[in-house]
Design a protein around this ligand. Structure first.
Ligand code: ADE
Length: 246
């Protein structure tokens, strides 16, 4: 997977991603990351990349020309038309299913906006996907791009090593993850659930599945509607909540 990030803050993206698991995958060559400084492509004598909005109003708008030329510098090196993701609170809200789908692309270009926005015409010209990472407003698209790159990368074979499996994750089966415990057996007067010490793998798996179902029902009932839950499990949840409320 080759990532290209068009940004005014390449160090932020480069330094953030060259750390931990994604950093290791970049070093191993499973992923590549090219940051493109939009400022390097301005034709303005003063290195300007933004200007006042037509029609007036507060803030500045990033201009089309430097962004388009930065994009062309990437596109001209490729023998395919890459997906171009513009990070914006107006986009489709990112989720695990989208992470899995994006992970199938050979390469993705991310366009990080700043200021009050980006000239609409360059978005119309190059962007294939407008994506939001949630209903809140950040100062720029860099953190959202980094979030997406992290989530997409862990779906790519070889990025996670043994024991870092993506399968048991929250959302892997449409449910939230079960609680985890490590040593010591008792900490601060709190004991690890005894079933986890039983050595009975079938029982442990059944307990974890039940915990995932209960957590999801309590915290994200919206997810439960789409998850594959058997009639027996639905009955277990009903009994659990009945008992809890009585
Ligand atoms: N840019 C600013 N806020 C954003 C958000 N929530 N998602 C994606 N891009 C953004």
């Amino acid at each position: 997977m080759d990532y290209y990030v068009l940004t005014l803050f390449p160090d932020m993206v480069g330094e953030g991603l060259r750390t931990s698991i994604i950093g290791r995958a970049l070093e191993e060559g499973i992923l590549s990351l090219t940051t493109v400084n939009i400022r390097d492509y301005t034709t303005s004598r003063h290195g300007k990349t933004d200007d006042y909005p037509y029609g007036g109003g507060a803030g500045m708008v990033m201009q089309a020309q430097p962004i388009y030329d930065a994009y062309r510098s990437v596109r001209d090196r490729l023998d395919y038309d890459p997906r171009v993701v513009y990070l914006t609170p107006q986009g489709r809200v990112f989720n695990q299913e989208m992470a899995r789908e994006f992970a199938l692309s050979p390469g993705i270009v991310f366009l990080c906006g700043h200021y009050e926005g980006v000239d609409e015409r360059v978005l119309e010209e190059i962007v294939t996907d407008e994506v939001s990472i949630g209903d809140f407003v950040l100062t720029g698209g860099e953190l959202p791009a980094m979030c997406m790159i992290d989530a997409i990368s862990r779906q790519i074979p070889g990025v996670l090593h043994n024991g870092e499996s993506a399968e048991d994750d929250s959302f892997g089966d449409g449910l939230l993850e079960f609680p985890q415990y490590s040593r010591p057996e008792v900490w601060n007067g709190r004991a690890v659930p005894s079933i986890l010490l039983s050595g009975d793998h079938a029982k442990v798996d059944a307990w974890r599945r039940e915990q995932s179902l209960i957590r999801t029902a309590e915290r994200r009932p919206d997810l439960l509607e789409k998850a594959a839950v058997s009639p027996k499990e639905r009955a277990m949840l009903n009994a659990y909540f009945q008992k809890k409320s009585s």
